[in-house]
Design a protein. Structure first.
Length: 131
């Protein structure tokens, strides 16, 4: 059996990935997943709301009514207390955030980047209490 490629995103044992139809009503599934993962990582209620909003903005920007059906691959990983989310449409469609969506993403995430069809954002639980 071949050894797994350590540079592959699929080799990360902490990564949670899901592949769903890229339609607006599937945003609720991704919002729920982001909130559950964020809650496990110590995010506050307000920070969980930020995660939910970020997921909605990206799905809305990628889902094109009337376009050919495609799928959205989303992965979540928590490293050193930071949640990183990566989203890519399977057909490579570009994510074009308008000015309002970009402003929302900037206000609800620590950082975000759009590289063609791939969107990545990071969120740290600022309100997390030290243990």
């Amino acid at each position: 059996m071949a050894e797994p490629d350590p540079s592959s995103p699929h080799s990360d044992p902490d990564r949670i990935s899901v592949n769903l139809p890229l339609v607006v009503h599937q945003a609720s599934t991704l919002r729920t997943m982001a909130a559950a993962i964020g809650a496990d990582a110590g995010f506050s209620i307000d920070e969980l709301d930020d995660l939910r909003l970020a997921m909605s903005e990206i799905v809305a920007a990628l889902a094109e009514p009337g376009s050919a059906p495609t799928r959205l691959t989303t992965s979540f990983v928590v490293r050193d207390g930071v949640l990183e989310v990566e989203m890519t449409s399977d057909d490579g469609r570009r994510c074009d955030l308008d000015e309002l969506s970009s402003a929302i993403m900037a206000s609800v995430t620590d950082s975000f980047e759009v590289d063609g069809a791939m969107v990545r954002f990071r969120k740290r639980p600022v309100e997390q209490t030290p243990q």
